[in-house]
Design a binder for this molecule. Structure first.
Ligand SMILES: Cc1ncc(COP(=O)(O)O)c(C=O)c1O
Length: 392
């Protein structure tokens, strides 16, 4: 039996009661807990309102999961009344996918949980996290919530993460630090840290200092100077890689992520994780790991739509940061907060403010129709300016 996306989503939504409670539009989700879409409380907005929006605020995969992934999830309904059930060997499959052992993998409800668990584990007694700003703020917010703090360095030239500055701070303030956070590629800029720079960072910071490398957008990167940092886990360095099924795998609402790290670090972290991952997404995750061709196609589609949109904005006179992800930043030259409302009025949800880059707007890559609606809204809100010279 073939399963339509609409049919699948309908049955899941009905089962979870979402249809009766209604969904909020992204605009409201963003304000609830910036940087943590999965944790945002749901306020009552109708599904019609939600469906009418172009969702360009949370860097999701707008096309939804492929048929084989939905088929795998639907096949798992029969276990929904159980505790101990066959789970598709999700942990072993992830381990195999990365050439590591099962003891190196911890699965979580979205990679946001990995970020929280790393904070809880490695920030005891007021230890601090070191990273840059802006980055994915969830890590810093969690540190605050557990009465710790973050040392946030500014971005460097061209909005890049300055590795020498991170190394310097890690050494100078070593006794204060619990771990270093590196989002690669970075959210919200979409810029990578090159593999040489990652090596430089890991070699330059005090030995034994844990580094959390958030690779949520790994699958979208085209730049050959980038590489995953999972080989450092295999080397036994104190590196924790966070990965998610919420982005290219299109399973954001289903909540699945994982950490890959040396076994000793996983053992330290495990007591702080909830271990509450639903059976459907475990099976969906296994199918998704095998969907290389489908993900390659999504990547190409995203890159093509991103280039088309940013070229149009640049031709209209607005500079874009050259992203390697499924979102990009455009310099709008005025404060973003009221602009979010102006776009919402045109039924386009765009990214929240990312201080101190508050005159930039982060835009996720959506469907062709959503991108056309975005560009049209942009041209209604902003006047044309002289051509920029920046390359896309
Ligand atoms: C850089 C980064 N890390 C982690 C996450 C958390 O995503 P999830 O908890 O859905 O895996 C996000 C979500 O937007 C993100 O942008």
């Amino acid at each position: 039996m073939s399963i339509t996306r609409r049919g699948f989503v309908g049955s899941v939504a009905a089962a979870l009661g979402y249809l009766s409670t209604g969904r909020e539009v992204d605009l409201f989700a963003q304000q609830a807990r910036p940087g943590a879409p999965g944790n945002a409380p749901r306020m009552g907005r109708s599904t019609d309102e939600y469906d009418a929006m172009a969702h360009l605020s949370s860097n999701e995969n707008c096309w939804g999961p492929p048929e084989n992934v939905m088929k795998a999830m639907n096949g798992a309904w029969k276990y929904s009344n159980r505790y101990g059930y066959p789970d598709g060997n999700i942990v072993q499959e992830i381990a195999k996918h990365h050439g590591v052992k099962a003891e190196n993998v911890m699965i979580t409800a979205g990679s946001g949980e990995v970020l929280d668990v790393v904070g809880t584990t490695f920030l005891p007694a007021g230890k601090k996290v070191l990273g840059v700003e802006p980055s994915y703020g969830s890590v810093y917010q969690h540190a605050t919530s557990i009465k710790s703090t973050a040392i946030k360095l500014p971005l460097g030239k061209d909005y890049r993460q300055e590795i020498p500055a991170l190394i310097k701070a890690a050494n100078q303030r070593a006794s204060e630090l619990g771990f270093v956070y590196l989002c690669n590629p970075n959210n919200p800029t979409g810029l990578i840290v090159t593999k040489e720079e990652v090596k430089q960072l890991l070699d330059g910071i005090p030995q034994g200092m844990p580094v959390l490398i958030d690779e949520a957008y790994h699958h979208f990167v085209d730049d050959p100077r980038y590489a995953t940092s999972i080989p450092y886990v295999i080397e036994g360095r104190p590196v924790i890689i966070a990965r998610t099924f919420s982005k290219i795998a299109a399973l954001a609402a289903m909540r699945l992520g994982y950490a890959v790290a040396p076994a000793e670090l996983i053992q330290k972290m495990r007591p702080y994780s909830m271990g509450s991952i639903n059976v459907l997404v475990k099976w969906g995750g296994v199918a998704s790991l095998k969907d290389e061709a489908g993900q390659k196609e999504i990547k190409q589609r995203v890159i093509a739509l991103r280039k088309k949109t940013t070229s149009e904005l640049e031709a209209y006179g607005y500079e874009c940061i050259p992203s390697e992800t499924n979102f990009f930043m455009v310099h709008i030259g005025r404060e973003i907060q009221p602009v979010i409302g102006e776009f919402a009025a045109k039924k386009v949800a765009v990214g929240r403010p990312f201080p101190p880059m508050t005159t930039h707007m982060r835009v996720s890559v959506g469907t062709e129709d959503e991108m056309d609606r975005f560009t049209k809204a942009f041209k209604e809100i902003f006047p044309a300016k002289g051509k920029t010279t920046a390359a896309v």
